[in-house]
Design a protein around this ligand. Structure first.
Ligand SMILES: Cc1cc2nc3c(=O)[nH]c(=O)nc-3n(C[C@H](O)[C@H](O)[C@H](O)COP(=O)(O)OP(=O)(O)OC[C@H]3O[C@@H](n4cnc5c(N)ncnc54)[C@H](O)[C@@H]3O)c2cc1C
Length: 481
């Protein structure tokens, strides 16, 4: 194991006061969770008030209609939550974090779609039962044309079917990210087409002006959030900070670091560990945004990112010229130093995953020897941010272990082959800052790298005694949930 450690040069170490004890994360989470539950309760209340429960007891066509109504209402409410979750509303970003949002987006997507299908089938069977059964296809056709807004809703369902089909993991793997993302935008069209029929035909709305007002207001709010947080705010912020590329340098033999300067950067309130969606105005194709984490602690007049070159978008970074204007969406993510609750730090970064960790270390307070960074690369030449790591070692007393080499075929899969003899759990304990005495429950652990690698590592960390809430993981993919 190659170890790089140098005695600290700073005479007086910074006081080691862990941050985050007063973090309002719990309050944000409580607020975000309350919105989810209260909105679900509200639609259920409309259904109960409209006689939904009594209708169920009849076990007839009315009961089917009632079931159709509640499945439709809950499905629509989950669709609304999906739109809100993707609108980058600060309440949800801070309450659930990006990983939590990704997981919820997937889960609510599956549930809302399943309930939508149940709603459609129930409506058709109800119509069939009411007409004393002629022909299911004929009934479906009549429902489509005889009720206002239903034809548009059917088109909306078709859009959502397309989105769901292309989001299945196997289909998604075959699609380019850009194509998948473009198809995913059809979900907004699907929702816009599907919702109005509820207000035009739904019992719970036609006879209840309060419900109608609530529903319209909520959807107007969701649409407003999308426009405000995804379009207007990023534009306004980008203009305010006038961010431009100042320097582009190769980083390791497969990476690139881009430095940018701007004005009034403190107003962005970016923290190390966070990411932005970046758009560089360097010609056609600029509108495709890519998420990259900050790879250095943000300063009063600049930001820095570091990327591994894996495709067109990252290749393009290498060709950026100083002076290129930059549009930013963010900052996002809550894997920051605020999550920390102990004085000891253990960090694991593989490949580009080292980027947010270096930024976190630059910003973090720790006494020499009490922060450990473990990096993982196939070849040492691929190591990114070498200089910054060296500086942290020399000036702040960071302990750095480089676990390089090909993946081990036996044992813990996060280890390189040359450490295959180690049990992952033992190695984790061995790497922890000495002052913890191997007590990993007293350590904050930050993890960032490929999803599979992180999963294997997290299993060993948990087994080694790191409490779940002390493992802070940043995912570089949007399909890890
Ligand atoms: C929160 C977050 C932070 C990230 N931080 C970093 C970082 O600091 N350094 C770094 O090197 N990489 C980071 N990434 C990954 C980086 O965004 C992708 O590697 C990059 O977008 C690939 O683009 P490409 O066109 O070069 O490659 P492609 O060949 O187009 O894509 C390679 C892979 O990247 C994913 N990807 C492509 N475009 C996007 C996009 N717009 N949004 C999300 N995923 C995309 C795709 O799933 C694909 O599998 C981060 C990703 C996320 C989600």
């Amino acid at each position: 194991m190659s170890t790089i450690y140098a005695a600290p040069r700073i005479a007086e170490p910074q006081p080691n006061t862990p941050r985050g004890q007063h973090t309002p994360t719990h309050a944000w989470r409580l607020g975000a969770t309350s919105v989810v539950w209260l909105s679900s309760l509200a639609v259920t209340a409309f259904w109960v008030q409209g006689g939904g429960v009594q209708a169920l007891l009849g076990l007839d066509a009315e009961a089917l209609a009632s079931l159709a109504r509640i499945t439709g209402l809950v499905s629509a409410n989950l669709l609304l939550l999906q739109v809100l979750l993707m609108a980058r509303v600060p309440l949800f970003e801070r309450g659930f974090g990006r990983s939590g949002i990704t997981r919820m987006h997937r889960l609510t997507g599956i549930w809302s779609f399943s309930l939508l299908l149940a709603h459609t089938v129930l409506i058709i069977i109800m119509a069939y039962a009411l007409q004393d059964g002629t022909n299911l296809v004929v009934e479906a056709w009549q429902v489509l044309w005889n009720y206002p807004g239903v034809a548009a809703a059917a088109l909306g369902v078709a859009c959502l079917v397309l989105v769901m089909a292309t989001s299945a993991r196997r289909a998604r793997r075959r699609l380019r990210y850009e194509s998948w993302h473009l198809l995913h935008l059809y979900a907004y069209l699907g929702v816009a087409l599907a919702i109005p029929h509820m207000l035009l035909t739904g019992n719970d709305f036609v006879s209840n002006p309060l419900a109608t007002t609530y529903w319209w207001s909520l959807w107007a709010l969701a649409a407003g959030c999308v426009v405000a947080f995804r379009l207007v705010l990023p534009q306004w912020r980008s203009r305010r900070h006038a961010l431009r590329v100042s320097e582009v340098v190769a980083d390791g033999n497969r990476g690139v670091t881009v430095r940018m300067h701007g004005q009034n950067m403190h107003l962005l309130r970016a923290r190390a560990g966070q990411h932005f969606v970046w758009r560089f105005l360097d010609g056609p194709g600029w509108s495709r945004g890519h998420p990259f984490s900050l790879s250095a602690a943000p300063t009063a007049n600049g930001l820095q990112i570091s990327a591994r070159v894996v495709g067109d978008g990252t290749q393009r970074l290498l060709q950026l010229r100083p002076g290129t204007r930059v549009l930013v969406e963010g900052p996002y993510g809550r894997v920051t130093n605020e999550q920390r609750s102990t004085p000891h730090l253990l960090m694991f970064g593989a490949g580009a995953g080292v980027a947010p960790l270096v930024a976190l270390l630059e910003e973090a307070q720790f006494v020499p020897g009490d922060a450990v960074l473990v990096t993982r690369e196939r070849m040492p030449e691929e190591q990114m941010l070498n200089e910054a790591i060296g500086r942290l070692v020399a000036e702040r007393g960071l302990v750095h272990y480089a676990l390089n080499g090909r993946r081990a075929l036996v044992g813990s899969s996060w280890l390189p082959a040359q450490y295959a003899g180690w049990q992952g759990v033992d190695l984790v304990r061995h790497l922890a800052p000495q002052r913890t005495g191997g007590q990993l429950s007293e350590c904050d652990v930050y993890v960032c790298g490929p999803t599979e690698w992180m999963t294997a590592l997290r299993t060993d960390l948990r087994e080694a005694g790191v409490p779940k809430e002390r493992i802070h993981a940043e995912f570089f993919t949007t399909d890890h949930a």
